[in-house]
Design a protein around this ligand. Structure first.
Ligand code: HEC
Ligand code: SF4
Ligand code: SF4
Ligand code: SF4
Ligand code: SF4
Length: 593
């Protein structure tokens, strides 16, 4: 009775949690260019999209993706046979346990009229499936803790999920083990199926079960007379055999049962099998209720993501559906870390310890952003740094077993995050021109310029009045090394020999491209070298030249005095940025909406 109530309770939490989680796909948006729409309108657009797909030849694509990528997981096999085996064990084993064991009343018993949970092949299948899941979990843990760097980071939620799964599996095994040896379970069965037996017959049956089925009896221990066992076997064949395969077939539980035989009588007296049953049941109910709040939900979302992406053309899809699709993709990520292993810039983490450089770690931050949680300016800065260091190589998207279009996600999120007004200094790099290229027509010139100006304002507007020869620990984590290296170039011999011949400025392509140079660029390269001598930091850091320099080294190559013009410019940039970072983010706790 109470277990039925618990089951319905767990199902209710499961259903409510799932609806809430799915509704977020329609309520939230991480793009900045989606036309305003109510969740209802977004839901309607999605239904229309689904209908248009199902009633078109694309249906065959859907079926192919379902068989190849969802059921057989060919995408995963191609990337990594190890993870494929791991995942097939986890997912195959789990599915068998769920459908044939947990839902046996609904499924197995209906399909197979002679189904008995204690008869073969079911005993063996159940144990084998449990073993598969355990093998999968061990493989996953091995990969997580001893795999190649950079490893997926383990979130608290991951640990809780693994803990619940472990309790479910282990309690299941121990439960079965304790029942095998339980004299009480034996007597319950005898009451039902051997009620008509005489005393002597009962003794023979019990002897047989003690001898062959490993029941631990307080009344008798072996060895028994062969005649007794023979008589017992006959009765067993009559009353029990039909439903009972030998316990050896439940091989994992059987091993545990044999190991625990010494304690069986005492445990049975304490109703240990009953307690284990409750532990197992409660863990299962907890697991069921927890699914929508954990990454187990990817059971639903990952197949959806794979199938949706197979039939969605981002150039023709409705913008509402693109917004919904990206929210669903965020949900489909199971934090497997494959993208981070493939990421071209993952190595940077060794020098710049910002986990949000790794694609797999960006996803949780983006989820928070999408859910409208206030992030500290520092977290936004870290996310921005991760997004802007990305080279758009697309390796992450190719590696993702959930088929998430990660590169598209980064492009969309970049613009949304920039609108929060936190200065992003990497925008000042000439390489960040890419942002304009990828955002394309969606980005009008104002929205393109604003974040640039925010960053320029932060570096130039701070009015640096002193230049630190000795690099101090900086607020940009990991930049100490870069800065120390660059600092070597700021010895006086790097710039002191300049006699203002202007060769550097004449050689500079940036100057050449700006006919009204002085007005736009501020100080020109030769003037900057001279200003360094004069320690005119304000003038230097306010100069656009510093940020428009493309680092081509023409100036440095042409200089007759071997002044390290381009290197000095780099040091100046680093100084300006590290100062601005220290000023903007020091002790930051404030939330950015
Ligand atoms: C109609 C099928 C059926 C018959 C006949 C039957 N059993 Fe069972 N028996 C079961 C099922 C099903 C379970 C598991 C019940 C559960 O898990 O609550 C079970 C469990 C047991 C257990 C506990 C160990 C375990 O593996 O779960 C013992 C011991 C047992 N039976 C003994 C007997 C004996 C002795 C007889 C013959 C007198 C017998 N059974 C006849 C179906 C049957
Ligand atoms: S596109 Fe960016 S995040 Fe993805 S693998 Fe390449 S560098 Fe890493
Ligand atoms: S984005 Fe894809 S590859 Fe990366 S952690 Fe998530 S599911 Fe794995
Ligand atoms: S840095 Fe070299 S090229 Fe430039 S003005 Fe000075 S001496 Fe001339
Ligand atoms: S390195 Fe910079 S300053 Fe020097 S020539 Fe190239 S663009 Fe001009």
């Amino acid at each position: 009775m109470i277990e039925t109530v618990l089951l319905y309770l767990a199902l209710a939490v499961f259903a409510a949690g799932s609806v809430y989680r799915i509704s977020a796909w329609f309520r939230h948006d991480i793009r900045s260019d989606t036309p305003p729409a109510t969740p209802g309108a977004r839901f309607g657009a999605a239904l229309k999209g689904i209908a248009a797909t199902v009633f078109s030849p694309k249906l065959f694509t859907l079926i192919r993706v379902f068989v190849m990528d969802v059921l057989l997981q060919i995408r995963l096999l191609q990337r990594s046979p190890y993870r494929w085996v791991m995942h097939i064990c986890l997912y195959g084993g789990f599915m068998v346990l769920l459908l044939l064991h947990a839902m046996d009343g609904l499924i197995t018993a209906k399909l197979f009229s002679n189904y008995q949970s204690t008869a073969n092949p079911w005993v063996f299948i159940r144990d084998f499936a449990g073993l598969l899941v355990i093998v999968g979990v061990v493989m996953a843990l091995r990969r997580r803790f001893f795999g190649a760097a950079p490893r997926p980071l383990t979130a608290k939620a991951d640990t809780l999920l693994i803990a619940i799964l472990a309790v479910v599996l282990l309690s299941g095994i121990v439960l079965k083990a304790s029942k095998i040896t339980s004299h009480t379970s034996y007597l319950d069965m005898v009451d039902v199926y051997a009620a008509t037996f005489e005393e002597e017959e009962l003794n023979a049956l019990e002897a047989y079960w003690v001898d062959q089925y490993h029941v631990v009896s307080p009344n008798m221990t072996g060895p028994f007379e062969p005649e007794t066992l023979e008589a017992g076997e006959e009765l067993h064949e009559m009353a029990c055999a039909e439903c009972h395969a030998r316990p050896n077939w439940a091989f994992t539980s059987f091993a545990v049962a044999k190991a625990g035989k010494r304690f069986a009588l005492r445990l049975d007296a304490l109703n240990f099998p009953g307690l284990m049953w409750w532990l197992h049941y409660l863990a299962c109910m907890l697991g069921l209720a927890y699914v929508p709040f954990s990454k187990m939900f990817h059971f639903f979302t990952t197949p959806l993501s794979l199938m949706t992406n197979a039939v969605t053309d981002k150039h023709t899809a409705s913008p509402l559906n693109l917004a919904t699709k990206q929210m669903m993709e965020l949900d489909a990520c199971m934090h497997c870390g494959a993208c981070s292993l493939a990421c071209s810039v993952a190595v940077t983490v060794a020098e710049v310890p910002n986990a949000l450089i790794l694609p797999s770690e960006k996803i949780p931050a983006i989820r928070e952003l999408a859910a409208g949680k206030p992030l500290t300016a520092n977290r936004v800065r870290r996310l921005q740094q991760g997004l802007h260091l990305c080279t758009n190589c697309n390796h992450c998207t190719e590696a993702c077993p959930a088929g998430i279009q990660l590169t598209d996600l980064w492009a969309a999120v970049k613009e949304t995050v920039l609108q929060k007004g936190v200065p992003e200094f990497l925008l000042l790099s000439p390489l960040s021109v890419h942002r304009g290229v990828t955002a394309g027509a969606a980005l009008d010139s104002d929205r393109y310029r604003e974040p640039l100006e925010t960053a320029l304002g932060a570096v130039g507007g701070g009015r640096l009045t002193e230049f630190r020869q000795d690099p101090q620990p900086l607020a940009v984590p990991g930049s100490e090394k870069v800065f120390a290296l660059a600092g070597q170039w700021m010895q006086p011999e790097a710039y002191a020999a300049c006699y203002r011949c202007m060769t550097c400025t004449s050689a500079c392509p940036v100057v050449r491209d700006n006919p009204d140079e002085a007005a736009k660029l501020g100080l020109l390269p030769h003037q900057i070298m001279y200003a360094v001598k004069l320690r005119q930091w304000d003038l230097i850091f306010d100069s656009r030249m510093l940020w428009d320099c493309v680092g081509c080294y023409q100036c440095q190559e042409q200089c007759p005095q071997s002044v390290q013009v381009a290197d000095v410019l780099y040091v100046l940039k680093n100084q300006a940025i590290s100062r601005a970072v220290a000023r903007e983010f020091a002790g930051d706790r404030k939330g950015v909406q």
